[in-house]
Design a binder for this molecule. Structure first.
Ligand code: ZN
Length: 387
């Protein structure tokens, strides 16, 4: 969501809750059948055999906010601290950047990649692999502040050093496309597992599948992670019908009997999140688990069947989104869990303490637990999503 929709609430009381799944997990788990064979499934991740596989979700970092003044860069330094603290406290095996990595509509520069680099750096320098997907701010058009047209005029804008593919040296205000951002990340970072998805899904870009392989056989999948681009910025906030068909075809091809558990990641909540949401500002009661419930779900602009496609697969266990900075709950929806991540960055609206949703999986038998890990090292909102 936009920081222009700023909300300001008092800090929530952190709930430390352990809940047991009342939904989901109906299918038998475990690898064996189904192979990621030639569909571009990324296969670089693997269970160790000795410890669970842990993922940290970083949502809504919003690097580059107010890039032209002092306040913005200071927020980015604080975001660096959040990422570093959480990476050191949780030592995840993998990191997922869940969209709104940057606030492109605040970036008056020719190439926003330098802010993208800043966001992935804490993970990269620790040698932890990661993947990214796009939110509604990552390729948004520069929004000229109204006050720049007042008597005060346009302030002195700090143009960063030349970082552009095109060799532009000055502030261009032209923005950086999804393809450019992703290309830069993939080309320069061996630890990145991100992919530019099939061109037929354009303008959606961050559509790809990763396999977490069995500790016993690197070819055998134990979990599939699906990343979908939920739009926003340069095009409408929606998961297209073409993306749904792609998901159906791919999942059927690599996991035909739904024997391998599947987790889904995108940025903007689907309409189903509205159906399960606790009433705004009410306490979060079981079966939902979370600590902040301070705003309405801001869902995609339209929905053309993605939730039905997910419900049709017994292997799909949960969906994880960002976007709403004032929500961090998980609620069951039929046989799935719908979860928000946690606002991780100091950019973006809201003053709720920053943190990260952590996912922890065991391989055999498959289980999925989650909690929120805060910048200050505290943890809360434990929930068993699958056991
Ligand atoms: Zn955001």
């Amino acid at each position: 969501m936009s920081k222009r929709m700023s909300l300001s609430y008092s800090f929530p009381v952190f709930l430390i809750v352990v809940a047991t799944a009342t939904a989901a997990c109906l299918a038998a788990a475990g690898g064996g059948a189904g192979r990621g064979d030639g569909f571009g499934v990324g296969k670089g991740l693997r269970f160790s055999g000795s410890s669970p596989f842990r993922i940290a979700l970083f949502a809504d970092l919003h690097y580059g906010e107010n890039a032209w003044d002092d306040w913005g860069p200071k927020q980015d330094v604080k975001s660096d601290r959040v990422l570093s603290n959480i990476l050191d406290n949780e030592t995840p095996d993998f990191v997922i950047y869940l969209g709104d990595v940057i606030t492109a509509n605040n970036l008056p520069i020719p190439n926003a990649s330098m802010y993208w680099v800043q966001a992935i750096s804490p993970t990269r320098i620790r040698g932890i692999p990661w993947a990214t997907l796009f939110g509604n701010h990552d390729d948004a058009q520069f929004e000229w502040p109204l006050e720049w047209f007042s008597i005060a005029g346009i302030p002195e804008v700090h143009c960063p050093p030349e970082t552009s593919f095109a060799g532009e040296k000055d502030c261009s205000f032209r923005g950086t496309t999804r393809i450019e951002l992703m290309k830069m990340e993939i080309l320069k970072n061996p630890l990145s597992h991100s992919q530019i998805g099939p061109t037929e899904l354009w303008p959606a870009v961050s559509n790809y599948i990763l396999q977490i392989s069995s500790s016993k056989d690197p070819e055998s999948p134990s979990v599939f992670l699906y990343f979908l681009d939920s739009g926003g910025g340069s095009y409408p906030e929606v998961i297209s019908y073409a993306q749904i068909k792609w998901f159906q075809e791919q999942s059927q091809a690599i996991n035909p009997n739904s024997e391998v558990p599947e987790l889904i990641f995108w940025h903007i909540p689907s309409h189903a999140y509205k159906k399960v949401a606790p009433c705004r500002k009410s306490s979060i009661k079981r079966p939902c688990v979370g600590s902040i419930n301070m705003e309405e779900v801001a869902s995609q602009e339209a929905e053309w069947g993605i939730m039905d496609a997910l419900l049709n697969r017994s292997s799909v266990k949960a969906v994880f989104v960002g976007h709403n900075h004032g929500l961090d709950w998980c609620c069951p929806y039929k046989k799935l869990w719908l979860c928000f991540a946690r606002h991780s960055g100091y950019g973006g609206y809201g003053t709720w303490p920053r943190g990260s949703r952590i996912l922890e999986m065991t391989e055999d038998p498959f289980s999925l637990n989650s909690w929120i890990s805060m910048e200050d090292g505290t943890k809360h909102s434990y929930v068993k999503l699958c056991s």
